[in-house]
Write a protein that binds this ligand. Structure first.
Ligand SMILES: Nc1nc2c(c(=O)[nH]1)N[C@H]1C(S)=C(S)[C@@H](COP(=O)(O)OP(=O)(O)OC[C@H]3O[C@@H](n4cnc5c(=O)[nH]c(N)nc54)[C@H](O)[C@@H]3O)O[C@H]1N2
Ligand SMILES: Nc1nc2c(c(=O)[nH]1)N[C@H]1C(S)=C(S)[C@@H](COP(=O)(O)OP(=O)(O)OC[C@H]3O[C@@H](n4cnc5c(=O)[nH]c(N)nc54)[C@H](O)[C@@H]3O)O[C@H]1N2
Ligand code: SF4
Ligand SMILES: [Mo]
Length: 913
């Protein structure tokens, strides 16, 4: 069989918690072809822009290839044996000297279940400390706490099909269109078929609102008031299920007392800022629609009242008996590909593996026997922020960070950088060579990444899918479970970590879920109730069966038998078997709005980037949709601040300040602004949103308040600006501290946008000089120092290696009002072209050939830009998104840009009357 004929291998997407199935095959030229898996129940063949671009992110560029140890100020490559010995001996020494709680692991929902299981087993079972926490603390911990309080276990009762069966879908605190795009597509298609109603609750007007029948732009943090009001309304209007409440729940009276204390419409109006008619429309629809699904995510979880927000939603579903029934359930959608798997194997500091608890002596005894250890941790460890604060105070002296980038993603990130810099011993396992966190590592360990590693992940609907190895791993990269097990063996825990492969680990974990539940006989659609998380049916699977395992939803009582829904019969995992109502009260976010910091900053995600961009940032397609760190603000605020589209603004909070491009739109309400948190010190000089965020967190879950920070905004004028393309990634390192820059991946190289307080002529000289100084002499170059734009190009072997344009005003490439955008997109494609090329000529004449006037990419799949679309709308009279698709192909790939195409259509219509 030739390479070209290699068969399609089934696996799971690397990114979000939808957990889409993919099929991939390696081509003889080393590339990876990826398509949606039509047989996977999460997506039935659909993929979003990020999933479709997976093949573009698996190259060797930027990969971490060998273990390294820091000596003084530089790193030395070492063999695995030395790296592992270093970690094991340093951990052992610190434990011996300062006790077991002086070490910690900070892990991630991007580890596979097998990696996660082994990390947890080592820390809690053998080191004997529970100081292992995960970035899921920042992500899902309020939902975990809310589920446990209401249902007795951390369980999502529903499944994706419910989104297609529902007559009403309430999307709250979720930008599903951009963050769970395939679920959004499934809902959009279902809506077209069955006309279900959709309500979006979000202070921002997001692309998700595109399918909404009603958008409730609530004040940040006011969800509890809204849902308490709903509970009161349901009760007053006898829209509750009395039988269900009686037989299946406890605690309604207290919850209602809270709700009524504050639940009249006027109070709800005052706190949420909504109009009475909007509130009533929502309440009436909820009351009268039996098949209602409420989907919620970070707008709910990432709050100082996150857990109570979750319970205020669950209360309304319990009151109406709508839990785990077809088309009728609350639905917490998870963020990371394996956020769920981590929760299952005890990745959070306050839980044990397999949903067992520290305070249950039966559980702890069973685990001791199962793992054959007498050193099991006896009480919960430190939650993420407390963990880093304990590093700061010196209580923790060694931390091992795996598959997460806390120097970017934790609140008050500058402080986290200082904490890591001062920590006596930092180990980081990652698959890329440079991240903000890696810069603080004493030991750097190269992990296999997506496409190389093999194991399982659990998605938002409890579905366990295999991630399979698709490509050989580069350099010395090893699976995370292997790295952890080798360290464990070297620390002296050999017998417990003698795994041959990932299947060994999975079997052990599946057996663990059955502990104390052996008496449950297999039955088809009713789950065991003490700990519904049971993988009985997978506890003895062969390695061959493991490798061929089809996606299945836990509990799995028999091999290949999925459970789609839980709790439908009204029996819960609490000791009484009844679900609990929880009394909740509205509390405003912890920030202090003042004259000094008058705006509310909301942070979150954009469509085509994943978190700190270590992988999506490698794809030029994904980097062109929104290419710079930006601040979205309302027209009114922009006017008052005298800020124009594309201006730089300084955003400051009590914690620090950053520079962002102003993006003026109708998304945010007056007084509120939004910034994505993806950019970091590796790709911009001053644009890391978490610099601004305080450490305020939910007292129950420990989840930080990422969605509400008091900030100030002021224009940050500059006198010159440059767009620079280069084959080289490190041009930014040649700049002085005086210049502000962002660096973006583009075709064959990088695009830097640089602003400066120097005059255009000075900036031009500065750039030209550092490029020439750094280059071998005798290189061909062209230098045009003209007004208003000066240009420069450096050739290598007759082909463009670096080129730039300097001016006092280059319009923003992220301009959404981009119909006026200047024609710089040809710059993206200049690298590697000879002098004779018409595009290179365009650099010097300043006139772009019309075929290169595409504009900012809107459709990442088909690479269609804003100008091409606008032209089609105007000249080919496109009246619908479908028409645009026919004319330009935009929107005909994954569909993630459909909302934006609709917005463009509307905008042109408004403009042209
Ligand atoms: N493209 C992309 N997709 C992703 C990710 C990514 O990095 N990029 N990350 C994945 C991960 S790990 C996660 S956790 C998920 C997150 O998925 P989401 O939770 O959908 O994403 P966010 O953008 O963080 O925030 C959701 C919305 O909450 C709103 N919000 C803010 N404050 C409030 C409030 O007080 N009340 C309500 N009701 N809403 C509020 C925000 O305006 C925002 O639109 O996305 C996953 N999918
Ligand atoms: N302001 C603000 N901050 C936020 C949020 C927000 O909404 N606003 N959201 C929070 C949420 S919900 C989340 S989930 C976090 C996410 O934040 P992080 O977890 O910090 O973000 P990632 O970029 O996903 O980091 C993953 C790292 O692991 C590496 N990696 C990838 N695969 C592997 C692997 O298999 N093995 C190893 N060892 N390494 C690997 C990647 O290269 C990358 O460096 O951010 C949180 N921070
Ligand atoms: S929705 Fe997109 S990012 Fe999420 S799993 Fe599916 S393809 Fe991947
Ligand atoms: Mo997340």
């Amino acid at each position: 069989m030739s390479q070209k004929d290699s068969t399609w291998i089934k696996s799971t997407c690397a990114y979000c918690g939808v957990g889409c199935g993919i099929e991939a095959r390696a081509n003889s030229n080393g590339t990876l072809e990826v398509r949606g898996d039509k047989s996977h129940p999460a997506n039935f063949g659909r993929l979003c822009s990020k999933g479709l671009a997976l093949g573009e992110t698996v190259g060797i560029e930027g990969r971490l290839l060998t273990p390294k140890i820091k000596h003084q100020f530089s790193y030395q490559e070492v063999c695995w044996e030395d790296a592992i010995a270093d970690v094991a001996s340093n951990f052992n020494d610190i434990i011996k000297k300062y006790g077991k709680d002086a070490v910690a692991f900070y892990v991630s929902g991007q580890l596979l279940t097998e990696d996660y299981y082994v990390a947890n087993k080592l820390m809690k079972g053998f080191i004997g400390s529970a100081n292992i926490d995960t970035n899921s603390r920042l992500c899902m911990s309020s939902s975990v706490a809310g589920h446990k309080r209401a249902f007795g276990a951390d369980i999502v009762p529903g499944c994706y099909e419910d989104l297609e069966l529902a007559d009403l879908i309430v999307l709250t605190g979720s930008n599903l269109a951009w963050c769970h795009p395939v679920l959004f597509q499934r809902i959009r298609e279902a809506k077209a078929k069955r006309q279900c109603k959709i309500i979006v609750i979000d202070p921002r007007s997001t692309p998700t609102c595109d399918i909404a029948d009603l958008h409730l732009p609530i004040q940040p943090g006011s969800d509890i008031a809204l849902f308490n009001g709903l509970l009161a309304y349901l009760s007053e209007n006898h829209a509750v299920d009395y039988n269900y409440i009686e037989s299946s729940t406890d605690g309604l009276d207290l919850a209602l007392a809270s709700a009524f204390r504050f639940g009249d419409i006027e109070s709800v109006q005052a706190v949420t800022g909504l109009e009475k008619a909007q509130i009533l429309a929502f309440y009436q629809l909820f009351a009268t629609t039996d098949k209602t699904v409420t989907v919620y995510s970070q707008g709910v979880n990432q709050s100082t009242s996150g857990t109570n927000k979750v319970n205020s939603i669950l209360n309304c579903h319990l009151a109406t008996g709508r839990v785990g029934k077809p088309g009728s359930t609350p639905f917490s959608v998870t963020g990371q590909p394996n956020a769920m798997g981590g929760r299952e194997v005890g990745g959070l500091a306050n839980m044990l593996a397999a949903h067992m608890d520290f305070d249950n002596p039966d559980h702890t005894q069973q685990i001791r026997e199962f793992w054959q250890t007498d050193n099991l941790a006896t009480s919960p460890g430190l939650k993420a922020i407390d963990m880093f604060n304990a590093v700061e105070s010196g209580k923790i002296k060694a931390i091992w960070v795996m598959a997460t980038n806390p120097a970017v993603s934790l609140p008050d990130s500058e402080r986290i950088n200082t904490i890591l810099a001062n920590c006596p011993y930092v180990v980081v396992s990652d698959c890329v060579a440079d991240t903000d966190t890696l810069r603080h590592a004493d030991v750097v360990l190269p992990a296999q990444g997506w496409s190389e590693k093999s194991g399982t992940v659990t998605n938002s609907e409890r579905r366990i899918s295999r991630q399979r190895r698709l490509l050989p791993s580069p350099g010395e990269a090893k699976p995370d479970w292997w790295i952890i097990s080798e360290v464990a063996k070297k620390m002296g825990f050999g017998n417990a970590f003698n795994y041959q492969n990932e299947a060994d680990i999975f079997r052990e974990y599946a057996q663990m879920t059955a502990l104390g539940q052996e008496k449950y006989t297999p039955f088809s659609d009713v789950a065991p109730l003490t700990r519904p998380l049971s993988l009985h049916g997978l506890a003895n699977l062969s390695t061959r069966q493991y490798h061929h395992m089809a996606p299945q939803q836990w509990p799995v009582i028999e091999y290949n038998q999925s459970t789609a829904r839980l709790f439908a019969n009204g029996e819960f995992a609490t000791p009484s078997g009844k679900a609990q109502f929880i009394a909740t009260d509205h509390r405003p976010p912890a920030m202090a709005i003042s004259e000094r910091y008058p705006f509310i900053l909301n942070t979150g995600r954009i469509r085509d980037q994943w978190h700190t961009m270590t992988r999506t940032g490698l794809s030029s397609r994904l980097s062109e949709h929104l290419s710079e760190p930006y601040l979205d603000l309302s027209r009114q605020d922009a006017k008052q601040l005298s800020v124009k589209q594309g201006d730089l603004v300084k955003v400051s909070s009590e914690q620090g300040s950053i520079l962002l491009r102003a993006q003026i739109s109708n998304e945010c309400q007056q007084g509120q602004v939004f910034a994505p948190f993806h950019w970091n010190d590796c790709n911009t000089s001053m644009g890391k949103a978490d610099t601004l965020i305080a450490q305020h967190r939910d007292p129950l879950s420990g989840q930080p308040e990422f969605k509400a920070t008091a900030v100030n905004i002021e224009p940050s004028p500059y006198t010159s600006e440059a767009l620079l393309i280069s084959q080289r990634k490190d041009v930014a390192t040649l700049l002085s501290d005086q210049e502000h820059w962002t660096n973006q991946r583009t075709h064959k190289g990088y695009l830097l946008r640089i602003t400066s307080q120097q005059s255009p002529a000075k900036l031009h000289h500065l750039l030209a000089q550092c490029l020439i100084k750094d280059e071998a002499t005798g290189q061909q170059r062209i230098n045009i120092e003209a007004e208003p734009e000066s240009r420069f190009a450096l050739f290598k072997g007759g082909l463009i290696e670096t080129a730039f344009i300097v001016s006092d005003n280059l319009q923003s490439p992220i301009d959404t009002n981009s119909f006026n955008e200047k024609d710089y997109d040809y710059l993206y494609t200049l690298i590697g072209r000879p002098l004779s090329d018409p595009l290179v000529q365009a650099l010097f004449t300043g006139k772009t050939p019309p075929e290169h006037q595409n504009g900012r990419l809107v459709c990442a799949c088909k690479q269609v830009g804003v100008k091409t679309i606008e032209k089609a709308i105007r000249t080919q009279s496109c009246c619908s998104v479908k028409d645009i698709g026919k004319a330009t192909q935009a929107g005909t790939g994954c569909g993630s840009c459909v909302s934006e195409l609709q917005m463009m259509l509307d905008e042109v219509r408004v403009r042209e009357g």
